[in-house]
Design a protein around this ligand. Structure first.
Ligand SMILES: [Zn+2]
Length: 105
């Protein structure tokens, strides 16, 4: 999974999901698994300025096709706070979909 931060069409930062995600965003599910590794968006959000755009891409493990990468509710809230204008993500068909962050998801 990768997240790309864009400012006026230019790539500012590329984030990937690693185990080294910022501790501030660590979150544990009720079943005990840690959620932090799933949020590539969070990695680039620290570099974001209001009006920026974020693209989120997820690849399937076996053949590296694009697949569903819609940001979770938590990430959407953080992006809204950061003033992100638009989020694009790949859907199950590997095509782009778009969310207007300020209007909600
Ligand atoms: Zn998330």
């Amino acid at each position: 999974m990768a997240a790309i931060l864009r400012r006026k069409g230019k790539v500012v930062k590329i984030g990937e999901n690693t185990d080294k995600t910022h501790p501030r965003f660590k979150r544990q599910y009720e079943d005990g698994t840690w959620a932090s590794h799933m949020h590539a968006e969070m990695n680039v959000l620290r570099f974001a300025k209001p009006g920026d755009e974020i693209e989120v891409i997820r690849f399937t493990k076996h053949d590296h096709r694009w697949t569903m990468a819609r940001p979770c509710y938590l990430c959407m809230q953080e992006m809204k706070k950061a003033g992100i204008a638009k989020v694009r993500y790949t859907n199950w068909q590997g095509a782009w979909e778009e969310i207007d962050v300020l209007k909600g998801c």
